[in-house]
Design a protein around this ligand. Structure first.
Ligand SMILES: Cc1cc2nc3c(=O)[nH]c(=O)nc-3n(C[C@H](O)[C@H](O)[C@H](O)COP(=O)(O)OP(=O)(O)OC[C@H]3O[C@@H](n4cnc5c(N)ncnc54)[C@H](O)[C@@H]3O)c2cc1C
Ligand code: SF4
Length: 560
C-alpha cells in the first residue's frame, strides 16, 4: 500500500454535495483532496445537448441489446438514453442485490460531477412543517435542526448557484432568493386560474423553481431553452459541480482532484476517536493507497457513503464505522412518485410554444398543511405542465385526410404528476451483501425497501386531487393514473445515516458530524432524518455548506 500526502481535508465524491464541500473547504483556506471514483468529463467533447437524433448511431433509440446487458437497472431512468447513457453506471461493474419481491432501482452516476450532470434541477426549500413532522407524528427521530437553522444556508446556496422561481409567500414552501421566474405557457395559465378560482389559494400552480439561469448570473450565461439538460450544458446555464462549484474550488489554488479513486473504507483510531486514513483503490491501476487529513467529508451519495461506512470495520465497530447506534443503513427513504391525472384543454389553437423550456409547473403540498387528512400522514406535491399536442402521426386513417391531419397540431394538454413523502422506517434498510462484490472487490449492498400503506394512500389521493384540479380548469378527457414505481426510481434515496439529537438513535449530530468519530462529516442524502416531499438536493447543498462552516470553526478553536 502506498501512503500518500496528508491534506487539511478530504472530500469523498465530487457530485452535488462533494462539489459544495470542496468549494467551501478550499475557500476557507484548507488544502483539500477530492477523491472521485469515476473519470473526468470534458464538456467540449462529452456534452451532447445539441446533438440531433440523426447524428446518433441508433437515431436516439439507443442500442437496446447493450443497454439490456450493461445498464439493465439504469435504463429504467428516463434520462438514461443514447445521449446520456454514458453518464450512468455500468450495472455489472456496480452491482447490488435485492429480494425478488422487493425491487429497488438504484440510479447512479460515477464521474467527476456525479449526478449533478444529469439531474432534473428542481430545487425547493423545506419548511418547519417538514422539520417538525417526525416530532409531531412520532415516525423517525426528531430533526436536530429547524428551518431557522438552515434558512441562511439555503440563501447562500441559491445566491451562488442561481435559482429561478416565483415568490408565493407560502408557509409550507418558503420563498428563496430567486432569479426571475420562467414563463408559464397559455395552458398553464389557464389551469393556474381555474385552480385558484376553485381552491381559493389552498392549491397553487406555479412555475417550477429550478437551478437553471433565467438571466446571466455571475460568470454564467442565461439558458437558451435547448431543453435537454441531462445531456450536459456547454453554456453552464444549469448548476452542476463541474461548471460551478469545482471551478470555484480550483480557483483558490488549494484543490487537488483525484479521479479514478475508489474509496474502499476509512481507518479509525479508537484512542483519538478520529478517522486516520482513507483507503483507496485506483480504478485504473488497482493500486491500493491511503490518504490522510485532519477532517473527512463523506459525500459519495446516500447509499455509497453508507456502503463505505459499513465496510469500515474495526474491533470497536464490527458493524460499520460510526454505528454505535445500530442505525447505520436503516431508515432508507425515497419519494413515492407517479400518480396524477392528465387532460386536454379546448381553445388557444392559435398559440404554440417556442423553444424547449427546461422546466415545468409545480403545485406545492396542500394535504395536511392547514387541515389534517384522516387517511394518511404527511403529503405530496405535483410537478407537471401544459403542452401543445404534436403533429398527428399516430392518428388513425390514410390518404388525403391523414396527410392533412399530419400538418395540424393537436389540442393543448396538461398533466399533474405527484411526488410524495416517504416515512422513515427501520425495516427499510441496506446491509453488505455476503457474497457479491463490485468490480474493485468491494462488498456490494443488499437493499431491502418497500412502500408502506401510507405511501400507497398518497398515490391514490394524488390521482383524485389532480383530476379535481383539471376539472376546475375546464379540462376534457381527464384521465387519472397511478403508476406503481419501485423505490429508488425517484432517485431521491436518503436517510441511512440520519442526523438526530441522541447518539443512541442517530449516526450524525446537528452539524452532520459523526457522533462516534468527530473529524468525520457526512452531508449527502444519508444524513436525512425524514424525506419531506420536495426534491432534496438543495437541502443537501445547504447542509453541506453549513457543516463545513461548523467544521472550520471547530478547527480554528482546535476542537477538531
Ligand atoms: C435523472 C435525474 C434527475 C434528478 N432530478 C433531481 C431534481 O430535479 N432535484 C433534486 O433535488 N434531485 C434530483 N436528482 C437527484 C440528485 O441528482 C441527487 O440527489 C444528488 O446528485 C445527490 O448528490 P450527492 O453529492 O449525494 O451524490 P452524487 O451527485 O451522485 O455524487 C456522488 C459522487 O460520489 C462518487 N462516489 C461514489 N462512491 C464512491 C467511492 N466509493 N469512492 C469515491 N467516490 C465515490 C460518485 O462517483 C459520484 O461522483 C436527480 C437525479 C437524476 C439521476
Ligand atoms: S435548456 Fe438551458 S440549461 Fe438546459 S442544456 Fe439547454 S441551455 Fe443548458
Amino acid at each position: 500500500m502506498t501512503r500518500a500526502a496528508t491534506y487539511d481535508a478530504i472530500v469523498i465524491g465530487s457530485g452535488i454535495t462533494g462539489g459544495w464541500a470542496a468549494k467551501e473547504l478550499t475557500e476557507h483556506g484548507l488544502r483539500t483532496l477530492v477523491l472521485e471514483a469515476g473519470g473526468p468529463i470534458d464538456p467540449a467533447k462529452d456534452f451532447v445537448e445539441h446533438v440531433q437524433p440523426w447524428q446518433l448511431h441508433f437515431r436516439g433509440k439507443g442500442d437496446r441489446r447493450t443497454m439490456e446487458r450493461n445498464q439493465f437497472i439504469q435504463k429504467n431512468c428516463y434520462a438514461c438514453d443514447e445521449w446520456s447513457g454514458k453518464f450512468f453506471v455500468n450495472d455489472n461493474e456496480n452491482p447490488y442485490t435485492f429480494d425478488a419481491d422487493k425491487p429497488f432501482h438504484w440510479i447512479r452516476g460515477r464521474q467527476v460531477g456525479g449526478r449533478s450532470i444529469m439531474w432534473g434541477r428542481q430545487v425547493y426549500r423545506w419548511s418547519d412543517l417538514d422539520f417538525e413532522a417526525n416530532a409531531k407524528d412520532g415516525h423517525g427521530v426528531d430533526w436536530p435542526i429547524r428551518y431557522a437553522d438552515i434558512a441562511p444556508w439555503y440563501s447562500y446556496v441559491e445566491r451562488f448557484i442561481g435559482v429561478s422561481g416565483e415568490r408565493l409567500g407560502l408557509s409550507q414552501l418558503p420563498d428563496g432568493e430567486f432569479l426571475k421566474p420562467m414563463e408559464l405557457n397559455c395552458a398553464e395559465r389557464m389551469v393556474r386560474a381555474g385552480v385558484a378560482k376553485q381552491f381559493g389559494g389552498e392549491r397553487v400552480v406555479t412555475i417550477g423553481r429550478c437551478a437553471i439561469l433565467s438571466e446571466n448570473h455571475r460568470d454564467r450565461a442565461a439558458c437558451h431553452y435547448c431543453g435537454n439538460c441531462e445531456r450536459g450544458c456547454i453554456t453552464r446555464s444549469y448548476f452542476n459541480s463541474i461548471g460551478v462549484t469545482l471551478p470555484a474550488a480550483k480557483a483558490t489554488g488549494r484543490l487537488t482532484l483525484r479521479p479514478h479513486s475508489v474509496v474502499h473504507s476509512l481507518a479509525f483510531d479508537p484512542t483519538t476517536r478520529r478517522v486516520t486514513g482513507v483507503n483507496v483503490i485506483d480504478a485504473t491501476t488497482r493500486e491500493t493507497m491511503e490518504f490522510n487529513a485532519r477532517v473527512v467529508f463523506l459525500c459519495a451519495s446516500a447509499l455509497e457513503s453508507t456502503r463505505i461506512l459499513l465496510n469500515s470495520k474495526s474491533p470497536e465497530f464490527p458493524n460499520g464505522l460510526a454505528n454505535s447506534s445500530g442505525e447505520l443503513g436503516r431508515n432508507l427513504m425515497d419519494h413515492v412518485m407517479g400518480a396524477g391525472a392528465n387532460g386536454t384543454l379546448d381553445g388557444m389553437e392559435d398559440h404554440e410554444s417556442y423553444g424547449n423550456r427546461p422546466n415545468g409547473t409545480y403545485t406545492p403540498r396542500f394535504r395536511n398543511v392547514k387541515t389534517e387528512s384522516p387517511d394518511f400522514l404527511r403529503g405530496y406535491a405535483f410537478q407537471g405542465g401544459g403542452w401543445r399536442g404534436g403533429f398527428g402521426a399516430e392518428a388513425p386513417g390514410f390518404g388525403r385526410e391523414f396527410k392533412a391531419q399530419l400538418r395540424k397540431l393537436g389540442p393543448w394538454g396538461f398533466q399533474f404528476y405527484g411526488f410524495g413523502e416517504c416515512l422513515p422506517r427501520p425495516t427499510n434498510y441496506v446491509e453488505l451483501d455476503k457474497a457479491k462484490v463490485d468490480a474493485w472487490g468491494i462488498p456490494a449492498l443488499h437493499i431491502n425497501c418497500v412502500w408502506s400503506d401510507n405511501e400507497q394512500k398518497l398515490l391514490q389521493d394524488m390521482s383524485v386531487t389532480a383530476a379535481e384540479m383539471l376539472e376546475a380548469a375546464g379540462a376534457k378527457n381527464v384521465k387519472q393514473f397511478v403508476d406503481h414505481n419501485p423505490p429508488g426510481l425517484t432517485i431521491h434515496e436518503m436517510g441511512t445515516a440520519r442526523m438526530g439529537r441522541d447518539p443512541k438513535t442517530s449516526v450524525l449530530n446537528a452539524h452532520n458530524q459523526a457522533w462516534d468519530a468527530l473529524n468525520l462529516f457526512c452531508t449527502d442524502g444519508a444524513c436525512m432524518a425524514s424525506s419531506a416531499n420536495q426534491n432534496p438536493s438543495i437541502t443537501y447543498m445547504a447542509l453541506t455548506a453549513r457543516a463545513v462552516d461548523y467544521a472550520v470553526d471547530q478547527m480554528k478553536r482546535n476542537s477538531l
